[in-house]
Design a binder for this molecule. Structure first.
Ligand code: DUC
Ligand code: ZN
Ligand code: ZN
Length: 480
């Protein structure tokens, strides 16, 4: 029996802050309370002067993703291990079938890749094409494999883009199944058009990347996806909201009572678009991701989105490409593999700028880094909570600890760090996964294959209400 006592800390959850010890037995939280006795065989972690919080959940990662002619350098082991070093104890990654590939085949492929994960994981499944078999497989995934969310890329024309007919078919199916549709909101036609136009003008470098994907492109797609979902009565979750344009669409819809959720990336909150004006090609290309980094006014809007509750979660879109991979786009910015890392740094940079910067409270920090994701994707209270019976996935947070972030010292399997040189105050001092410490004062003991696949049941009951609500709000026929 593995027993661990975290002693002397202050427990911080999304709704409470109090002094308590936390006893973990066989991977679960067995007790939370003051002055708990340590059973004879218990290992003890001293959390004096520190905060004990639910482990982070990153709802948006792409480990070893085959993408844009290459494969992301971080695999499920190295990526989840880096996450543990950063206080993140679960991820939700994406199964992305190639157009025409059976969903179940892709799902089994990703399940195989993920067997080496060091932390727990789940999957969203992308809908990149449509026929009756996709309709069928969505049912199988929900009913038999614990998938309760499906992803739609509205960009990446001629690759994985979902057109409006696919969105309508898939959102309708999601509603039937009690699953949450999610979207990468960028108008793929516009992006393609802008890319061709910029290349024709001789703009081939990474500085053209943000010009090809301006905020309107994201705002339009967010509006379209939200209105399609609203018409059908389906909820919707917008991944990596990067700008005011998309946030305004979410905020407007939520004000009408529509169940719309939004995610912000740590990168978008912390880094502005000046990175694309670097004279150093690799510096600039290292920041190529989609949607791109935005100007400071958009960043300020994202913080307001988190503060107001119109954005509920934070993620990374962790998708790593090394310099030699980025070089694939040396003469054509549209060929630079899109993606940046962040799983190891998300919690620390958000604490530093969020709590340290006076933007969000500690409890809000827990909500946006862990609990809200667990609730939206039906992992709560197994994850995202500190209570008896929950999984013992915890981070012991040292509010006074400091770290200077660098690709030279990080654990991520990539040679670049978008937060390079940033010194943060507030660090994960210890991380506990499944009741065992895996990161202790700089010592990483991530175990290959220790991660478990997390089943996430669908929400049929909740969705019945949404369907009825949409019917009630639908315009009625005018009698002649
Ligand atoms: N954006 C990225 O930058 N990388 C992976 C996929 C995506 O949508
Ligand atoms: Zn995306
Ligand atoms: Zn992504």
């Amino acid at each position: 029996m593995a027993t661990l006592l975290i002693r002397g800390g202050t427990v911080v959850t999304h709704d409470a802050t109090y002094r308590a010890d936390v006893l973990c037995v066989d991977g679960k939280i067995a007790a939370v309370g003051p002055d708990l006795d340590a059973p004879g065989d218990a290992e003890v972690i001293d959390a004096g002067g520190q905060y004990v919080m639910p482990g982070g959940i990153d709802p948006h990662t792409h480990m070893q993703l085959p993408f844009m002619g290459t494969v992301a350098s971080e695999d499920f082991y190295t990526g989840t291990a880096a996450g543990l070093a950063g206080g993140t104890t679960s991820i939700i990654d994406f199964v992305i079938p190639s157009p025409g590939q059976p969903l179940m085949e892709a799902f089994q492929t990703w399940r195989g890749w993920a067997e080496k994960a060091a932390s727990d994981y789940a999957f969203h499944v992308a809908i990149t094409w449509w026929d009756d078999s996709v309709h069928e497989d969505m049912g199988t995934l929900v009913r038999e494999h614990g998938v309760n969310s499906f992803k739609h890329f509205m960009a990446y024309k001629n690759a994985i883009m979902a057109t409006d007919d696919i969105l309508v078919a898939s959102f309708t199916r999601c509603l039937e199944l009690g699953a949450v549709p999610t979207v990468h909101a960028e108008n793929g036609e516009l992006v393609h058009h802008m890319q061709q136009k910029l290349l024709a003008q001789g703009l081939t470098g990474p500085e053209a990347h943000p010009l090809s994907r301006p905020p309107q492109v994201e705002g339009e797609a967010a509006s379209r996806a939200i209105r399609i979902a609203g018409t059908l009565g389906a909820p919707i979750y917008v991944v990596h909201v990067s700008c005011k344009d998309a946030l305004d669409e979410i905020t407007y819809a939520r004000r009408q009572g529509q169940p719309v959720y939004g995610e912000a990336l740590a990168g978008h909150l912390l880094i502005d678009d000046s990175v694309y004006r670097s004279k150093d090609w690799l510096q600039s290309a290292g920041h190529v991701m989609s949607p791109p980094f935005r100007s400071p006014e958009h960043q300020a809007a994202l913080w307001t989105g988190l503060q107001s509750g119109n954005l509920q979660t934070t993620a990374t879109d962790h998708c790593c490409f090394c310099a030699d991979q980025k070089m694939m786009g040396k003469d054509d910015f549209t060929k630079i593999p899109n993606g940046t890392a962040g799983i190891e740094d998300r919690m620390a940079v958000l604490w530093d700028a969020g709590v340290g910067g006076g933007r969000i409270s500690m409890q809000e920090f827990v909500a946006v880094t862990s609990t809200n994701t667990a609730k939206i994707f039906n992992l709560y209270p197994r994850k995202g909570a500190i209570q008896e019976g929950a999984d013992a996935d915890l981070v012991v947070w040292d509010p006074n600890g400091t770290r200077t972030i660098s690709a030279k010292t990080h654990h991520q399997n990539v040679d670049f760090n978008i937060f390079e040189g940033r010194t943060v105050t507030g660090i994960p001092r210890h991380t506990v996964s499944q009741g065992k410490w895996v990161w202790r004062d700089g010592d990483l003991r991530a175990e290959r294959g220790a991660g478990r696949y997390l089943e996430r049941p669908a929400y049929p009951g909740v969705f019945d209400v949404l369907e009825k609500r949409a019917e009630r709000n639908a315009p009625t026929a005018v009698e002649r």
